[in-house]
Write a protein that binds this ligand. Structure first.
Ligand code: XMP
Length: 513
């Protein structure tokens, strides 16, 4: 096990994910974890994450100095590096104007005699984000990387196995950053590298069983990849103690409700489908603000579940746990882990007071999308289901700008189905990670036959991405866009203009609302 101690940085789960990518088991724990608990975990290495504080401030998060007496290698990243220097007798100060305050891509020079950089180029871009500076490094440490501004871009005490990097090796912008982490794991910590997603599956199943006991679990199945994988994991762990509720909120894609029902009906779980279109459209009536709409959908889900809960209570008995397919990008974008709120994901958040469950179970909370897919395969789900493009819980509700009505949902469903069909016909469905149609609230003038039309403008969106936290717009060939465009305006009544969205994320987001 490699232990990642969390000091509140933005990329903490990304560090964990990189470690997993190198087939090493890891756990993220708060920086306050006691030294006894750390000893009991018996880690082969410890990684300190970055964090927003300054080590010289009294209230900033610290670590127990005894941690450096365990004989376990430590890698400090950014704040973690400064904390290590500070704790071991070095000196950290706020960077003066002419010294070492660095943000963004920075040319960095490495000493490749150091184990951390073994076999890697001597020079490359690193991603910096620091306003503090290690003015003096602790005894026993050497400087092993520098930039033009900062002589202490990386420090090492190879005898004790202590390494510190001022930049973020876990982000893609740092060239060879992942390989530096790999060197730490293999050259320094002597990791075996035998951990797989299969192990993750087994340990998750064990943990779910321990927590749930003979209790009953309720899961909301949206039909998307995340909730489907969560359902499969829970089905494997607790079998028919699991009840899946599939709420058809009327904001599904064309035929989706029936497909989801068919895909899950063969499993030995209790599957209940609720047709709640009227309730959802009623809750959305008159709303135009994206956050209001998201919140209305979230609130209606809770009301639907409450109603469902009563029904289940009669049929199945008391439910003890509510499970959700929340994945890591949902957690950070909803402002957990102290990151700023970008969108309120309806499936993240505390339980409202009136919901009577013991606890929420979120078995995918630490995983990134591609890891969720890998887990889906481990669980034996079909490729069709696992590789399905993500579909957000609020469904078409976040793909219709302005007020949502049944008429608009029907228009969007038809147009979206045509677009998806054309993408599949062109063999692009695996290359483009998410693609869909968006119904704008703008009507424009057109001409059809000899008549004037005044209908909706519809946008097509396609993105390529690996983690859905950043994304590029997909370069769909003109011929494919052309075919989709002419089919949609010809076959879908109510649409007379098609545009293609060519913004990446950031600055845009993938969904329009
Ligand atoms: P954005 O629009 O934030 O989307 O760039 C990133 C990914 O998350 C999906 N998404 C959601 N998924 N509940 C979900 O389950 C939500 O409220 C939600 N909002 C966005 C979106 O489809 C994309 O894959």
């Amino acid at each position: 096990l490699v232990l990642v101690l969390d000091f509140g940085g933005q990329y903490n789960q990304l560090i964990a994910r990189r470690v997993r990518e190198h087939n090493v088991y890891c756990e993220v724990k708060p920086y306050k974890t006691s030294i006894e608990e750390i000893k009991a975990l018996n880690p082969i290495g410890i990684i300190f994450t970055g964090g927003p504080n300054s080590v010289y401030e009294e209230k900033s998060p610290k670590c127990d100095p005894a941690l450096f007496e365990l004989g376990v290698p430590v890698l400090g990243i950014c704040y973690g590096c400064q904390l290590m220097a500070h704790t071991l007798g070095g000196e950290v100060t706020a960077a003066q104007e002419d010294t070492a305050r660095e943000y963004g891509k920075t040319e960095t020079f490495y000493n490749t005699d150091c184990k951390l950089f073994k076999g890697l180029p001597e020079q490359g871009i690193s991603w910096m984000s620091h306003g503090d500076y290690m003015a003096k490094v602790p005894e026993g440490f050497e400087l092993v990387a520098h930039t033009d501004m900062c002589p202490t871009a990386a420090i090492a005490d190879e005898k004790r196995g202590f390494y510190g990097v001022q930049y973020h090796p876990e982000v893609n912008h740092t060239e060879n950053g992942s390989l530096m982490l790999k060197n730490f794991l293999y050259e320094v910590c002597h990791a075996k590298g035998d951990w797989t997603m299969g192990d993750y599956k087994n340990s998750s199943i064990k943990a779910i069983r321990e927590k749930v006991g003979d209790g009953k679990v309720l899961l909301a199945l949206s039909g998307g990849v995340d909730s489907s994988v969560a359902a499969a994991l829970l089905a494997e762990a607790v079998g028919n103690q699991l009840t899946c509720v599939f709420v058809d909120h009327g904001l599904m894609r064309k035929n989706e409700g029936d497909e989801v029902e068919a895909a899950f009906s063969k499993w030995d779980i209790n599957l209940i489908r609720m047709n709640e279109e009227d309730a959802f459209l009623g809750a959305l009536k008159g709303l135009t603000d994206p956050e209001d709409k998201r919140k209305a959908i979230g609130a209606q889900f809770i009301r639907t579940f409450e109603k469902m809960g009563k029904q289940i209570g009669e049929q199945i008995g008391k439910i003890d746990y509510l499970a959700q397919g929340t994945i890591y990008p949902d957690v950070i974008e909803s402002g957990k882990d102290d990151a700023a709120v970008i969108k309120s994901h309806h499936n993240v958040g505390g339980l409202p007071d009136f919901v009577d469950f013991k606890e929420i179970i979120e078995p995918l909370r630490m995983l990134f999308k591609d890891e969720v897919r890998q887990l889906g395969f481990e669980l034996g789900l079909s490729e069709q289901l696992v590789m399905r493009q993500p579909f957000p819980g609020p469904g078409l509700g976040i793909r219709i700008t302005g007020e949502i009505t049944k008429e608009k949902c029907d228009i969007l469903r038809e147009a979206d189905a045509i677009f998806r069909e054309e993408i599949a016909n062109a063999g692009l469905d695996k290359e483009i990670n998410q693609y869909f149609a968006v119904l704008t609230n703008t009507r424009t003038v057109g001409v059809m036959g000899d008549s004037r039309t005044y209908d909706y403008a519809l946008a097509l969106r396609g993105v390529t991405t690996s983690d859905f936290m950043t994304a590029d717009w997909a370069r769909i060939p003109y011929e494919v866009l052309d075919k989709a465009s002419s089919r949609i305006v010809n076959e879908v009544v109510g649409v007379n203009r098609i545009v293609y969205d060519i913004t990446s994320k950031p600055p845009a987001t993938i969904e329009w609302e």
